[in-house]
Design a protein around this ligand. Structure first.
Ligand code: GLP
Length: 262
């Protein structure tokens, strides 16, 4: 694991976007796994800067991690609409090659199986962008999800729905179900770019990095992946940095910015 800590969330997002741009330059027709959540807004903002400077998404294929069950793509809080607004409409991407689970599918389990097969048909994911839920979830894999799950339909934790309520129009409730890539689907990506920012992620982040690999903290499974690059800010990394447990034993390469001179 390469753990890169930045002074601010903006710097962490900019570094993540630069890494994506680098990979896209090298392999323009790559399969990119995309994520949603507040953390990603700054990442996409910076990626768009690279696109304006000449980077192209024309040949890329994308698969998002998840989508709410029961939200049409026209609903502003659906992840399809979110991706459209934050990234797709600012790029030259071919929308036919942008994929999200269909939240309106009559049979969500069947839709999940179709989505998993579509990822496999595309040759698997080259680079997966990933965030972190406050309770340690990745995509919508809540605590307790077995590590061998493929794309599936889930019931969301109350805390996850509460955390995501800020993306919904006032008075509207967050759906209680979603379709999400499974933990096995995520782990099958060649490389994972994990962006974690904000002090509210500190507990989950340190548990995921330094705790035991345990389905109760789904993100802890990332310790098992051979190619994870982390872009985190100091606020999220606080206890990771102070614990002194980031050592060679865990195969971590830690890069921390120098403390600014006062
Ligand atoms: C949602 C998404 C996750 C994301 C999480 C954290 O639950 N399904 O993929 O990691 O939110 O989002 P935020 O960056 O808003 O904290």
């Amino acid at each position: 694991m390469q753990v890169n800590i930045y002074e601010t969330a903006i710097e962490a997002a900019a570094a993540a976007a630069s890494l994506m741009a680098k990979r896209l330059c090298r392999s323009p027709s790559m399969v990119l796994g995309l994520a949603t959540g507040g953390t990603m807004e700054a990442v996409y903002e910076h990626l768009i800067r690279h696109l304006k400077a000449g980077l192209s998404l024309r040949c890329a294929t994308t698969f998002n991690l998840d989508e709410y069950v029961g939200l049409a793509s026209t609903h502003p809080a659906s992840y399809r609409a979110t991706m459209q607004r934050l990234l797709f409409e600012h790029t030259d991407i071919n929308l036919d090659r942008t994929h999200l689970p269909d939240g309106m599918a009559l049979n969500p389990e069947q839709e999940a199986a179709r989505y998993e097969a579509a990822i496999a048909d595309a040759g698997g994911i080259d680079l997966q962008l990933l965030g972190l839920g406050r309770n340690g979830h990745i995509a919508f894999n809540e605590p307790g999800t077995p590590f061998d799950t493929q794309t599936h339909a889930v019931t969301l934790d109350r805390s996850t729905r509460a955390a995501n309520a800020r993306f919904f129009p006032a008075g509207e409730s967050v759906p209680d179900r979603a379709i999400t890539m499974g933990i096995a689907t995520i782990l099958a990506a060649q490389e994972i770019l994990w962006v974690v920012t904000g002090s509210e992620k500190q507990t989950a982040f340190s548990q995921a990095l330094l705790g035991k690999v345990d389905p109760q903290c789904p993100a802890s499974v990332l310790q098992m992946h051979p190619h994870v690059i982390i872009c985190a800010d100091r606020a999220a990394a606080g206890s990771v940095l102070s614990s002194g447990s980031v050592d060679r034993k865990r195969n971590f390469k830690l890069r921390v910015p120098k403390t600014p001179k006062s």
